[in-house]
Design a protein around this ligand. Structure first.
Ligand code: HEC
Ligand code: HEC
Length: 417
């Protein structure tokens, strides 16, 4: 009996020590994944108000503004809900209609050079313009959005951040026009009928709305997780603290994550994403045509009038990402590697919400079936069920409340209306 207890103690003791044992190379890798390694968020030269406090306040209001939508009911926050880490809890989002993708979390998104699962936008501000005019999201048009800035509750705030609103557009207000270049045939006709100067002015205000929203989104930063505290303890050689921060099971999962699981091939750096596009053989939604991902996204990005090389940027000095963008057949069916810091409360997972939970994601990687389009880069892992459980337990240690002041998570209109 005594011997048995001694053996168990010895066995678990070994386990304990081994699980928290990391060699020099592993320690370097862990450090590179820690939030402490995250660089300060660089300014985005295309958006000169990206870090202006007034723009943040204006953007906060716009993010929660249902009046930008066709039915006065949809706002960005309808699908990006702060209490769900800026996701919506459904497989594919629903605005005025059904979209075909899952709403990603926006925490830490300002660090990403590409936006959307297929990277069809190259700045936060240009991204913000698309849902406003998408028929299945806000279903609105840019003239409506621009004219909203002339309303008494927006004009002063807008003009404090940007220039004075041009008087020449005011006349359009009475005409109740619906004008946008895409999406709707008659809206496009009304758009073409506008004077070219007015079209440019509308586009400028529309772009500025995006720039204010982007200033707000730049505030949404990830918080320090249990994993980050664990790494700090390992680096400080404090194995007692390390074992308080992570269980043996979680540490074993971390070993798999950086080891035989080869997850860090794509989920690397402090946000656990390499910010590039990969085909992981994800099944499309039954009944839907297979999603070609980055191939299509790249095409849309290159012809987008609001891209980094377009007329509405504040500078084109930092457009090398777009100038030298990676192309090639391997982008067929490829999606942007998502950060793994926002897994808590953001199920379902995958670009179309194909996975109800983390166990389902890991089961997918374990078998890595052939892709429906293109080629699946992920190899079958053939891990044991208990290894998958450890991996899942580790993924949960990445969760943390966002490092965002509570006021930015509230709907500002509840206070002012
Ligand atoms: C109807 C629901 C809906 C509305 C409304 C909506 N979004 Fe989204 N959002 C999504 C979905 C779905 C995606 C992913 C779409 C894709 O990749 O094709 C997305 C993607 C994004 C992304 C890119 C995230 C990433 O990981 O690449 C950002 C940023 C974003 N939305 C911000 C906004 C802003 C700002 C607004 C308001 C102007 C807004 N969204 C309105 C559903 C919505
Ligand atoms: C070849 C690159 C690559 C490898 C290797 C890889 N991932 Fe991914 N991961 C991705 C991409 C790309 C997506 C998005 C796929 C999609 O939705 O089409 C993703 C999605 C995920 C998601 C869903 C996140 C969300 O918000 O929807 C999780 C969780 C995940 N990966 C964990 C892992 C783990 C754990 C491993 C190691 C076993 C791993 N990944 C290996 C690229 C990779």
């Amino acid at each position: 009996m005594v011997l048995a207890i001694a053996l168990i103690t010895l066995a678990s003791g070994c386990d304990w020590r081994e699980a928290h044992q990391w060699d020099e190379t592993e320690r370097r890798e862990l450090t590179s994944l820690s939030l402490a390694a995250l660089e300060p968020l660089a300014a985005n030269p295309t958006n000169s108000v990206g870090d202006s406090e007034r723009a943040q306040i204006l953007g906060h209001r716009l993010f929660f503004e249902p009046r930008m939508s066709a039915n006065n009911a949809v706002s960005c926050a309808s699908c990006h809900q702060p209490e769900r880490r800026f996701t919506d809890g459904v497989e594919v989002s629903v605005g005025l209609g059904l979209t075909r993708r899952n709403a990603p979390s926006l925490i830490g998104i300002a660090y990403s050079p590409w936006l959307y699962w297929d990277g069809r936008k190259d700045s936060l501000w240009s991204q913000a313009l698309e849902p406003l005019e998408a028929a299945n999201e806000h279903g609105s048009h840019r003239l409506h959005v621009a004219l909203l800035m002339y309303e008494p509750d927006y004009q002063p705030a807008y003009e404090e951040v940007f220039a004075r609103l041009p008087a020449s557009l005011l006349g359009l207000k009475e005409k109740a026009l619906r004008a946008a270049p895409q999406h709707h045939e008659d809206w496009a006709a009304q758009w073409s009928a506008l004077a070219p100067d007015n079209r440019t002015l509308v586009n400028q205000i529309f772009a500025n709305v995006g720039k204010a929203i982007a200033a707000y989104e730049r505030l949404l930063r990830p918080g320090v997780s249990r994993f980050d505290r664990y790494v700090a303890a390992i680096v400080a050689d404090d194995s007692k603290l390390a074992s308080d921060m992570m269980s043996v099971k979680e540490a074993e999962g971390l070993k798999t994550f950086i080891g035989v699981g080869e997850c860090t091939q794509c989920h690397n750096g402090p946000l656990l994403t390499n910010n590039s596009f990969h085909n992981t053989g994800l099944l499309s939604v039954p009944g839907a045509t297979p999603d070609v991902g980055r191939i299509q996204g790249l095409h849309e990005l290159q012809v987008d009038e609001f891209n980094c090389l377009g007329a509405y940027v504040d500078s084109t000095e930092a457009c090398d990402e777009l100038r030298f963008v990676k192309t090639g057949r391997e982008l067929l069916g490829a999606m942007r590697t998502p950060s793994l810091r926002n897994l808590q409360g953001t199920a379902p997972f995958g670009h179309a919400g194909q996975f109800a939970d983390l166990a389902a994601v890991l089961a997918h990687y374990n078998t890595a079936l052939d892709a429906m389009v293109g080629h699946n880069e992920a190899k079958p892992l053939d891990l044991w069920p208990w290894q998958l459980e450890q991996l899942e337990a580790f993924l949960r240690t990445l969760a943390a409340p966002p490092a965002v002041d509570e006021k930015w998570l509230q709907n500002p209109h509840f206070l002012t209306r």
